[in-house]
Design a protein around this ligand. Structure first.
Ligand code: NAG
Ligand code: NAG
Ligand code: NAG
Ligand code: NAG
Ligand code: NAG
Length: 383
């Protein structure tokens, strides 16, 4: 508990390390000033009652009662086996202006602004290989690709509270796309790209969405092939299944749209390895998924993808309690079971993936979903 002495101890270390560099008078000065600072620090801290340097201060999951535990791993029997591309991550579209509950968590981490020349980023991608990276998120159904005969103006995202998800615009330039693909190719990262499923989609008289316009996706896929890059999977839409998030597309319409995508992929990839076609990358809703899979036909989608946010919104105060409660986390088992049962019954050649899982929705919560405690949530999900 002598944390307040840290400055003085650091100074002592310097003096001892470089003993012959300083004369006695200088040594005294070097030691005295930090010692005074340390003591002042202690006095001020005692007076104010705040322990500035206690690493537990402000943290939700820290406790002074540290207990040592011994963990033994019994490796003689595997609980489950996973395929070699089990490891995965998501890159999203959110601009730095995306904020939730007063916190703007995203910074420059989006597909559009992440620093592709960052050495650590490249090393991480390479070391996690074979990593599968899914490119998508809430704004993907607004992004247009700056290629071909665009029906919508290509303009950057701009905050506008009267738009879906508070942003208008959204455009991916082919320069940026090529730069992204170059990095992923260099690091042997497998790419699953989420296409804009609302592109130029009319509203029917009933108020429901009509057919998807695949022209921009077509030109985009064609461009990608022409550049010599291999995208591992094309995914259609984000969180438009069931009742959707903000908006949804009826199951039968979605089946028709995904069939268009599959046909485009088949034609454009007539002479090259065919990427996977996957959908709907949304929340699981049994009857919507059943209608969608039946209408799309057996094998028309290689994988169904669903999202998991089983902890509730990032603003919740009880996230850590939930993360540390296996019974709570096990609640998600029911959904895994339903997905399995449904696929075996109506689409046995279709696999099941998790397309996105952030634990707590609306950008998570600082010191929880970006902290050690959250590893229990991932550990559970992987088991
Ligand atoms: C490890 O697991 C195997 C299979 O479940 C079991 O037979 C064995 O007793 C376990 N070993 C220990 C030390 O618990
Ligand atoms: C994001 O990038 C822009 C442009 O390079 C820069 O001005 C801004 O400071 C960056 N923001 C953060 C949070 O790093
Ligand atoms: C924000 O969106 C609304 C609705 O589409 C539009 O009328 C308005 O012009 C937009 N504001 C700006 C600054 O573009
Ligand atoms: C990277 O590019 C090379 C040459 O175009 C290609 O053969 C290879 O399949 C690509 N790898 C990936 C992971 O896209
Ligand atoms: C994906 O689905 C298509 C259409 O059913 C099929 O031809 C292709 O072999 C599947 N790809 C994989 C890798 O299973």
């Amino acid at each position: 508990m002598l944390w307040f002495l840290n400055p003085a101890l650091s100074a002592l270390r310097i003096v001892l390390r470089d003993a012959d560099r300083f004369d006695t008078c200088t040594k005294m000065k070097i030691l005295l000033i930090p010692l005074i600072v340390s003591l002042l620090h202690l006095v001020v801290t005692l007076l104010v009652g705040i322990r500035y340097e206690n690493p537990c201060h402000g943290s939700l999951v820290c406790n002074d009662n540290v207990v040592s535990v011994k963990v033994e791993v019994n490796s003689s029997a595997a609980v489950a086996t996973v395929d070699e591309h089990f490891l995965c991550a998501t890159l999203d579209w959110w601009p730095p202006e995306k904020c939730d509950y007063g916190t703007c968590a995203w910074g420059n981490t989006s597909l559009l602004n992440v620093d592709l020349s960052n050495h650590l980023f490249e090393v991480a991608l390479r070391d996690l290989s074979p990593l599968r990276i899914r490119l998508g998120g809430s704004l993907q159904d607004q992004v247009v690709y700056d290629i071909g005969d665009l029906q919508v103006e290509c303009r950057p995202f701009e905050y506008n509270a009267s738009h879906m998800f508070n942003f208008q615009g959204g455009c991916l330039s082919m320069e940026r796309w090529t730069a992204l693909l170059t990095l992923f190719n260099k690091t042997s990262t497998k790419v699953a790209f989420g296409l804009n499923a609302l592109y130029n989609r009319p509203k029917l008289a009933s108020g429901a969405w009509g057919p998807w316009d695949p022209s921009n996706a077509h030109d985009f896929i064609q461009y990608t092939i022409a550049q010599g890059f291999q995208v591992d999977a094309w995914q259609l839409g984000n969180e438009l299944s069931g009742s959707g998030v903000r908006t949804s597309v009826p199951a039968l319409q979605y089946a028709e749209d995904v069939t268009k995508l599959r046909d485009i992929v088949a034609v454009l990839h007539a002479n090259t390895a065919k990427p996977l076609v996957i959908a709907p990358d949304g929340f699981f809703d049994y009857s919507w998924w059943e209608a969608f899979l039946k209408a799309a036909g057996p094998g028309s989608v290689n994988f169904t993808t669903r999202h998991i946010y089983n902890l509730g919104p990032g603003v919740s105060q009880d996230l850590v309690e939930k993360i540390l409660n296996p019974q709570y986390l096990d609640g998600e088992k029911r959904t895994f079971g339903s997905v399995n049962e449904l696929l075996q019954r109506v689409a046995p050649s279709t696999g099941a993936w998790i397309g996105e899982a952030g634990g707590a929705y609306n950008s998570g919560r600082h010191l929880v979903t970006d902290a050690f405690a959250f590893s229990f949530c991932w550990g559970w999900l992987h088991h």
